[in-house]
Design a protein around this ligand. Sequence first.
Ligand code: WTA
Length: 651
Amino acid sequence: MASSSGIESILHENRIFPPAPEFSAAAHVKTMAEYEALCRRADQDPEAFWESVARELHWFQPWTKVLEWNAPFAKWFNGGKINLSYNCLDRHLSTARRNKAAIIWESEPGEVVTLTYQQLHGEVCRFTNVLKSAGVNTGDRVAIYMGMSPALPIAMLACARLGAPHTVVFGGFSAVALADRIQDCRASCVITQDGAIRRGAELKLKAIVDEALLSCPTVKRAIVYRRTGSPQQMQPGRDLWWHEEMSRASDECEALPLDAEHPLYLLYTSGTTGKPKGILHTTGGYSVGTYATTKWVFDLKETDVYWCTADIGWVTGHSYLVYGPLQNGATVLMYEGAPFTPTPDRFWIMIDKHKVNVFYTAPTAIRSFMRLGDEHPRKYAMKSLRLLGSVGEPINPEAWMWYRDVIGRNRCPIVDTWWQTETGAIMISPLPGATPTKPGSATRPLPGIAADVVDREGNPVPPGSGGFLVVKKPWPSMLRTIYGDPERFRQTYFSQIPGIYFTGDGARKDSDGYFWVMGRIDDVLNVSGHRLSTMEVESALVAHPKVAEAAVVGRPDEIKGQALAAFVTLQAGVPATNELKDELRAWVAKEIGAMARPDDIRFSEALPKTRSGKIMRRLLREVATGAEVKGDVTTLEDFNVISKLRAQEEE
Ligand code: WTA
């Protein structure tokens, strides 16, 4: 179906699954009529709506104005004083949740550590004192480069308590990528661990930090959590052991009343240029958004064990492993390691062992489980499961049906949640007790979220037509800016379709108003649910001395969603060999991280370009996919290029 936006929509899916009556009866939102009433209320008076949600949290001082909207800059709950660490911890200590498990952590080797709310509170207070004595002040940026150890949420909550914005850098990023991020936000402190355990091996994180810090003069302190016990070289005057500092610190530390707009964290994400963007979230609005969406979408019950499998290095871990569930007083299961270690049924063993009720994972994981075979999950009862979630990329109906049948035993609703690092919280998702679901659709926007599908001029497209996914009104957990670059913020999100937030995704709405997200329409790829920019990988390749030019595109991949295909032109006289392909793959892993390693590399004497010198990515995508090249090639600079690239396919 062609549309005025030029985006074609091809997916058709007619199955529909209403929630089970027993599920609805116990849910926070029980019917579509209730959902629609909430939407109407939010639509008619958004400020009153969000204000009523915000009142469920603890504020040291109430706000004076709900929203100041100076497009594209928003201020929510201005004048209010709040602390997210307080809302995650202290607030529960005067209730029966005091001795409830906040975090149940399982290591990859199988050790289990449980921290109650009171214990977690004590650890966070202690570590806040450690940060203070290490010279970290309110407002200072702290980089966190850790594995999935319990120290990671403790470190984040301590930063939030102090008002020192954290930037968590995923442990799979290279020293170069880590240094880029530290330099961009001029962090003064890094929190890391000796090593992280993954697939039975140790990834030496502290050594990577040492390498990164060679080019990060702003960093005065590194605090090192001991996880593996492997020998470390501590740099005197800079490096401190977590356990030594903790043993000296008091477990009392008041949470600081912070302005609602006080920066909470930065999270770097890929955009359409080579330089990652520091997405800035602030305290009040982000707290409200993650609190409310966790409650609505995961429909948490006091007794639930909730498991989000995301790494905290990504936004899903921030919002739905740490801040959203803890504000709701939930019991969170946190797993350190890889999904198939030591056996392909690790997740299903853990679900039965911890009696997990709510399970939130990514389509790429679901597709890997599918490929491994039904026999693994089928061996386990998994009777505790009552709700399943999906996030990170479009879920194909086949994987959705498999998830429902083989994991959910046709009993658990599925919430396919659409959102982004930038949105801070879930935006489009079923409410599990209310919304009938359709495999592959994130269904409808949450109350208060003015999402729509529009053409280039911002006009809504008719049902069934593809268009640009936008959000027409500000919402509390929205990003406030790109750190240090407000102009790039405006340009990236509010200029394509003037004045309204453009997500970068294409989508269509069906005649029931259900959203079908089709994926990125910019130069951002989604590889195994990780956002990568083609430009970022291209600049890494071009930085290699033997490379003259590079173009990177995505091609469909059964498991990863998208795979990375790189087209490379070498410097004159450099022979094109398979060894060089391996060298380039390793180079990209070193420059960015292993997740950015190209799946395919093809050498080419030239890249197809328009007369104005623009690389013709559409053609390269067709070549990478193996489809017949049918695009218009009349403007090609070198017509031969395409056939030469295709000829390499069999290699
Ligand atoms: C994609 C992850 C379809 C989308 C929370 C978005 C999805 C990007 C879904 C953000 C979904 C995420 N259905 N696509 N349920 N969830 N996406 O910033 O392209 O890592 O723009 O945030 O992932 O990725 P990010």
